[in-house]
Ligand binder design. Structure first.
Ligand code: GDG
Length: 728
């Protein structure tokens, strides 16, 4: 039995290979992800697979690089210049990147790029297949490798595969524009667990999956033909302590002093990003210009420290962006500059880590206003670096980080007026208020750091695997069927719980066209004729309809998911609302997610409900979070028979009525049954399967995984089974 290991996969390996004379140097990346995953991929047999950062063409060199990387627990996937051009610069960065960041006008539709994207993803799959065993855990990162999970799944049907999307996932309306949308989704769905930075990204993914690939979902679980897949919001954190320490490191302090000698003592606003149109750099520059225009008192007193890190600069859109930034900076500096003061201090280059420490120390305000950003780590790093808790963060609502950093000044980056006023407000903000806001943000980021994120990812991935195992459902045939018939024959008191639509009758276009035929009525009557049997049809249908169709038979009826019930020959009675608390854990977890992101809000546990209060939350933010939480709760728990109430500064969740699971548990508790059979086909029946004891014979009708012990393929098979039981 081979040992199991973990394989991390990303487009780029977290290392830089530098040539020094005749030998190669391997310089590990200091990025947050590499640090956080360091404790994982360097352990035991674990490895990180990715492109080594340059197009090594000669075989001898490739062999040398492969050997060198082995010592770092890394395995290379070599790519040719052409592959890099089409797969990386082409499809990844000129099709997926603009589409996923809502820059529709920049999307390129080039079939050759797509084909190379596919073949490079396959190259990754081939490479991984040479290292992987079926029991391994694989974590695939980001939009360059969307097809990889699916390709791995084809080869390893049971492998544990996780995927994390570092950039936004766009609305279905945008995603569906892509000609290759279906293949991209199927690729992603090869994973068992998919993480996104925000709830909205996850929601968009679920919606695209449902509408474009037709897979049903309930809450955040997607039902594929053979597996259940889970999508989740899991916002990425930073290595908090590393940034806090860097800011007070002697070298950072020393650099600050050196930089100050050159640029002067004025107050500084920080702008720092990779060169990318999604980061909103030109809009930010125009807002800064407007600030100087509207509030001339800042002239000679305030400068913008503009750090732009070169990126993808061979792509035409990036080249023209660079020209645009150069021009704007030139224009603003020449218009407002003085001999003694330059409004914008502009640097187009990448800096060492200690320099970042100096920048984060030096700047009174960080202006992070991307027009779209999956998360944005720079803003989090700025917060972690403020040792005295002073400083102000201006943050775009369009960055994933805005969901967590509610104490920043949040702005719509396209609203120039708002950004200008935010800069003014930040420059005027009293120290106490700066510290109050900074303290809250630091507390959150320290707790939800990147190590926590990595841990949660793996924990959640394993949890999905456990759930899949619990839901693996073999067909009811041969020995299983014999065992059921034997148990039936032996027992003296039996409970038969039968769902109606999809179980006893097939689906019709018109739901009112599903009345039971003569055969079915006779079959149910015959089963009920056995004194040992209690036969219950339990359905989501209206009680009036169920009564009309089955009310005359000698069986018990439960309608509307348990809200109504009717004994043999009895009248319909309405059941009281449920008071059990199975829903509480899930609900609490979701509400806590919002408490952590919404300072001032809290959860109140009541005897039969749970409430999220936001009356103490900053105006505007509370309302924004309220709609998000309401939608989140409805999404995740709606089908569990829970009701979301929108109160005065409170969102309350309470059980609507009994659901099928609770109804089944209630019926089961009424007597001591030695044989229990429950048959159903959809998600509401899963509640019954979960609620009944392990000895119960639970049967799911149709394809897909289920909590049921076994499965039948069709309604006809259900009838055949019931006839066999009747004959016993
Ligand atoms: C993608 C998503 C998501 C920047 N300049 C220098 C430098 N940096 C470091 C920063 C920060 C990182 O680069 C940039 O990360 P961001 O998150 O801000 O942005 P993207 O590169 O676009 O990243 C983004 C992220 O993935 C993670 O999921 O947050 O939304 O677009 O850590 O400090 N580092 C050094 N020198 C520099 O000059 N050493």
């Amino acid at each position: 039995m081979p040992s199991t290991k973990t394989i991390i996969v990303s487009n780029r390996l977290p290392i830089r290979i530098e040539k020094e004379g005749d030998s190669l140097n391997y310089v590990p990346s200091e990025g947050g992800l590499a640090t956080a995953l360091g404790s994982i991929y360097k352990e035991g047999e674990n490895i990180w697979v990715g492109w080594p950062g340059a197009a090594f063409e000669q075989e001898a060199l490739k062999a040398e690089v492969t050997e060198g990387l082995k010592k770092e627990s890394m395995r290379p996937v070599f790519l040719t210049e052409q592959e890099l051009e089409d797969y990386y610069l082409g499809f990844s960065n000129q099709t997926l990147w603009p589409a996923f960041h809502y820059f529709l006008q920049y999307i390129q539709y080039v079939e050759a790029h797509w084909q190379t994207y596919e073949s490079v993803n396959r190259k990754f799959a081939d490479a991984i297949a040479t290292y992987a065993n079926p029991g391994d855990t694989i974590w695939v990162h980001d939009y360059q490798l969307l097809l990889l999970p699916g390709m791995l799944r084809e080869r390893f049907p049971n492998m544990t595969i996780g995927f994390f999307q570092h950039i936004p996932f766009p609305s279905y309306e945008v995603f569906r524009i892509l000609p290759w949308r279906r293949q991209l989704l199927e690729g992603m769905l090869g994973a068992d667990y998919l993480g996104f930075h925000t709830y909205d990204d996850m929601r968009h993914f679920l919606s695209a999956t449902h509408r474009l690939a037709g897979y049903p979902y309930s809450g955040n679980r997607i039902q594929l033909d053979k597996r259940v897949v889970v999508a989740d919001p899991l916002p990425m954190g930073i290595d908090y302590e590393k940034y806090a320490e860097n800011a007070v490191h002697p070298e950072s302090i020393d650099r600050e002093a050196r930089y100050r000698e050159n640029i002067g003592a004025q107050r500084l606003l920080l702008s720092m990003d990779r060169l990318d149109y999604s980061k909103g750099i030109p809009k930010r520059l125009l807002a800064f210009e407007a600030l100087l225009e509207r509030y001339p008192q800042y002239k000679e007193k305030v400068s913008l420290l503009l750090v732009v890190v070169p990126s993808r600069d061979v792509v035409p859109n990036y080249q023209s962006l660079k020209e645009q930034v150069d021009e704007l900076v030139g224009k603003i500096n020449s218009k407002y500059g003085r001999m003694s003061w330059q409004p914008i201090q502009y640097f187009y280059r990448s800096y060492p880590f200690r320099a970042l420490g100096a920048f984060y120390r030096m700047c009174d305000v960080a202006v992070i206003t991307p027009v779209r950003d999956g998360m944005n780590l720079v803003c989090k790093e700025y917060v972690a670096s403020r040792e005295n808790q002073d400083g102000v963060l201006i943050l775009s609502e369009m960055a994933g980080a805005a969901k967590e950093l509610a104490d920043a000044i949040l702005v719509n980056p396209t609203n120039q007026n708002q950004v200008v006023e935010a800069m003014h407000q930040a420059l005027q903000m009293p120290l106490e208020e700066q510290q109050r806001r900074m303290r809250i943000m630091q507390k959150g980021l320290r707790k939800y750091n990147i190590f926590q994120w990595v841990k949660l990812f793996f924990d959640n991935l394993q949890e999905v695997k456990r759930m899949q195992r619990a839901m693996a459902t073999p067909l009811l045939d041969g020995a299983g069927r014999d065992a059921m018939l034997k148990a039936y024959a032996k027992s003296e008191q039996r409970l038969l719980l039968l769902d109606y639509d999809g179980t006893l009758v097939g689906f019709r276009e018109d739901p009112l066209d599903c009345a039971p035929d003569q055969d079915l009525r006779e079959l149910l009557t015959a089963l009920a004729a056995d004194k040992a049997n209690k036969v219950v049809v339990i359905s989501g249908r209206k009680h009036e309809t169920l009564g009309e169709w089955l009310g005359a038979l000698p069986i018990q009826l439960v309608a509307e998911h348990g809200l109504w019930s009717k004994q043999v020959d009895g009248e319909w009675t309405r059941n009281a609302a449920d008071t059990t608390s199975q829903w509480r854990d899930g609900a609490h977890e979701i509400m806590q997610f919002y408490v952590d992101r919404t300072p001032g809000s809290f959860v109140e546990e009541k005897s039969d409900s749970m409430a999220w209060h936001y009356r103490k939350v900053e105006k505007g933010l509370g309302e924004m979070r309220k709609s998000e939480l309401t939608s989140h709760l409805k999404h995740m728990l709606g089908e569990k028979g829970l009701q979301v109430l929108d109160g005065d500064h409170v969102v309350e969740l309470k059980p609507e009525a009994v659901n099928k699971g609770r109804a089944a548990a209630g019926l089961h508790a009424e007597a001591t049954y030695s044989f229990v059979l429950c048959i159903g086909d959809d998600t509401t029946d899963e509640d019954m399967f979960e609620a009944l004891p392990d000895e119960a014979f639970t049967v799911k009708v149709g394809p897909g995984s289920s909590y049921a012990r076994s499965a039948l393929e069709t309604v006809g098979d259900v009838h055949a089974l019931l006839r066999d039981l009747k004959e016993v």
